[in-house]
Design a protein around this ligand. Sequence first.
Ligand SMILES: [Zn+2]
Length: 300
Amino acid sequence: MYIIQDERVFRYSFRNHPFSSEKARKATQILVSEGIVKPIRAMEYPEDILYLFHDRNYVEFVKEKSKEGRGYIDYGDTPAYPGIHEDALWVVRATLTAIDSTLENGDVSINLNGGLHHAGRDHASGFCVYNDAAIGIRYLLEKGIKPVLYVDIDAHHGDGVFYGFIDNRDVYIIDYHEDPRTLFPGTGYEYETGEGEAKGTKRNVVREMFSMEIDRGEFDQFIAGKNFRFILMQIGADGLAGDPLTHLRYSIDSYRKIIKRVHTISRDMCEGRLVLLGGGGYSLQNAVEAYTSAIKGLSQ
Ligand SMILES: [Zn+2]
């Protein structure tokens, strides 16, 4: 397995704010030092990769805010700081590097500071400036690698990815999250299954407050009879018991289990092509433990 270990990528982080890259940096360090994963650096893809998903006007806006270095990029969750455009771009580069690494090696590649699933085509949201997961999916589709499966177990609905591909039948999505009535961003109901020719390619799995289990068989149900050529998984750890921002109580066991299951399927179905992205996780200790223990579990 390969993992992005690169300070340019970990620079995407906010001060005096819940979102910090510290969990990604720490977990990466532990996994590398224990020899579980091989460290790789992000490759310097051109800035154009942003336009695989984002509008030009939006990128120009972020660049301006990045020069100004103050205020917010959205309506109050995602602050601007000097250089945020460059830092967010490095996160995207890291995810594309992970994808290319997996295509080359047929093995899991990981970007723990990625998984910025809330950013939309023309807006930032929920601590996410550029949507590395959505750009990664587009990158695969452009290479002709499809269908792609995107699995998201972050406590929050991955709205940027979900609605970004709502009418695209080459992109299958299963997204587990806390009930939209009790948690940001307030979207992701079970009746939403894709639009137009893409009907049936999307699945929202809603978990009530205090739920302890992530998957109750929905994953196997969803993939039955389908075939994917690549799997991207966002493994945000903010649904684990003890997280200060959400109301879920997932056990570490349930977290490890679903990641392991997706890994097994990636081997059976698409030659081990699996990329893991980080995400939320607002108790540092919890997130580091969740990331390291789930990833170690894949090598056993
Ligand atoms: Zn989250």
